[in-house]
Design a binder for this molecule. Structure first.
Ligand SMILES: [Zn+2]
Ligand SMILES: [Zn+2]
Length: 132
């Protein structure tokens, strides 16, 4: 979900391109493979990429927007989000494989990644914490 000025300006979810059958309906070619591996085999697009695509479809700029995501995005999504012009990423968790690489990429692009904490509030996820 992309937000600017307390307003939702775009949303996206993991799914097949418009008009194509979803993996849940006809099965996924990645079935049985480890999470985060061989994304090219799956017909679904990641929610983060769909946020950007849906914004483009409607002519909405994501420049300066904050993105809310369940987990730190994969590296592919991180690259696309960086180039969309977003300024901040807020996540619930850090469970996606390769999330450290994504955080490092955001860090180098001067985009803050913050984590929602269950008790309320946000903490900055600092790449320095990972010793890289
Ligand atoms: Zn799939
Ligand atoms: Zn992704």
């Amino acid at each position: 979900m992309a937000v600017r000025d307390k307003t939702i300006i775009s949303t996206g979810y993991n799914g097949a391109p418009r008009g194509l059958p979803h993996c849940l309906d006809i099965g996924c070619a990645r079935k049985g493979m480890k999470s985060g591996t061989h994304p090219e085999l799956c017909r679904a697009t990641h929610a983060e990429q769909n946020v950007v695509a849906n914004a483009a479809r409607m002519g909405v700029s994501l420049f300066g927007a904050t993105i809310y995501i369940k987990d730190v995005p994969c590296v592919l999504c991180a690259k696309i989000l960086i180039n969309s012009g977003i300024s901040q990423v807020i996540v619930k968790g850090c469970e996606y494989p390769g999330y450290k690489d994504s955080i490092m990429m955001f860090s180098k692009a001067c985009i803050e990644v913050k984590r929602l904490i269950p008790t309320g509030g946000l903490i900055l996820i600092d790449i320095k914490l990972f010793g890289r």
